[in-house]
Design a binder for this molecule. Structure first.
Ligand SMILES: Cc1cc2nc3c(=O)[nH]c(=O)nc-3n(C[C@H](O)[C@H](O)[C@H](O)COP(=O)(O)O)c2cc1C
Length: 166
């Protein structure tokens, strides 16, 4: 079975969480679609600003490869910016072919809030015609560990077994 993990990260917290979840998905062959802002802080902010203004030219080639058809499960992981996921999330959904009828999981990372952003993700994924079988908000003000992510990953594994995906 194949899972695609799509995540966005600027500070590494969402990446760390995504990789911890992946480490528990022993029944799956894991692929990633990462959007990782790198470089000095100012460079990251400039890139984020471009994305928030819907300029995705720098990742155009990658976005054009987005297709859900060969995956049994798609996991979306996003940070929280002003109670929403980054604009890249909406762009990914708009670009992703064959999402209709897919099984998906959504999670986000946040420092203080995050509930509204997670609901937003779930709603948008469902509007694209996919089913959300699990969701989780990883909220930590400072250090984000992997304990909850591992627990969540195990829950995903168990749920998919019950649903008969595996
Ligand atoms: C521009 C910006 C806006 C943010 N807005 C929120 C917010 O509304 N609520 C919240 O709980 N955390 C907010 N955060 C914190 C991030 O969501 C949190 O640190 C997240 O885990 C970062 O993920 P990353 O390390 O993968 O980039 C914000 C961070 C940034 C940089």
């Amino acid at each position: 079975m194949k899972v695609l993990i799509i995540y966005f990260t600027m500070g590494g917290r969402t990446k760390k969480t995504a990789e911890a979840i992946a480490s528990t998905l022993s029944n799956y062959e894991v692929s990633y679609f990462p959007i990782e802002l790198t470089g000095k802080f100012i460079e990251k902010i400039k890139m984020l600003d471009k994305f928030e203004n819907k300029d995705f030219s720098i990742i155009e080639t990658e976005l054009n490869t987005l297709d859900a058809s060969s995956y049994d499960l798609i996991i979306f992981g996003m940070p929280t910016y002003g109670d929403k996921p980054p604009k890249a999330f909406d762009e990914i959904l708009a670009r992703m072919g064959n999402l209709n009828g897919k099984k998906t999981v959504v999670f986000n990372t946040a420092r203080f809030t995050g509930g509204k952003a997670l609901e937003y993700m779930k709603t948008k994924v469902e509007e694209a015609g996919a089913q959300v079988s699990d969701q989780f908000k990883f909220r930590k003000v400072f250090w984000i560990g992997v304990k909850n992510a591992i627990k969540f990953g195990k829950q995903i594994n168990e749920r998919q077994e019950k649903l008969g995906t595996i």
